[in-house]
Design a protein around this ligand. Sequence first.
Ligand code: FES
Length: 193
Amino acid sequence: MGDPIGSAAVMNGVPEQVSVVTEEPQPSRRRFLRWVSGIGAAISGVLVGIPVIGSFVSPALAKAQPATWIKVAEDIALLDLGVPIRVDFVQNQNDAWVESRTQNAVWLYTEDGAKFKAYNGHCTHLGCSYYYDKDLKTFACPCHRGQFDVKTGAVLAGPPPRPLDELPVEIRDSAVFVNYRDFRLGVSERVGV
Ligand code: FES
């Protein structure tokens, strides 16, 4: 005999009603699940895309880092007049997720202890470090024999395409600060990097 209620339901056409009741919410549930999975995929795409986009954008932003004020002399009264001095310093740089340290230098020159000239320590040709030639009283680059005037930074000899890169100087109390930045090498115009 079996289950009388079940048999009666089948015999009375209840299965059709049951099938209607159970099938009706399925499309809306599927739509809901599709909607949820679509949102999830969109969020995943954004989360995955941020680092990828960042890897392209961040280096560009890193290059646009502002110039940095560096204290190059504690007391102007202690500087020799008419003789340039080289000041080396270490700079921390953040490029995307990489932090690096670079060694840079500036040359500081004054004739009277009141007006100062400061030059980026990289030769404008290919970036070598140059030195002060005491005999010739000029700056000399050992890489390709470039020469620069100490008072103006002008090119006197060799392949450098432009004068030394002059940097702004400020006296604060008795200390000397230089606004350090780098420029593109090997080109005649001065372009910041
Ligand atoms: S890098 Fe200085 S002359 Fe070439």
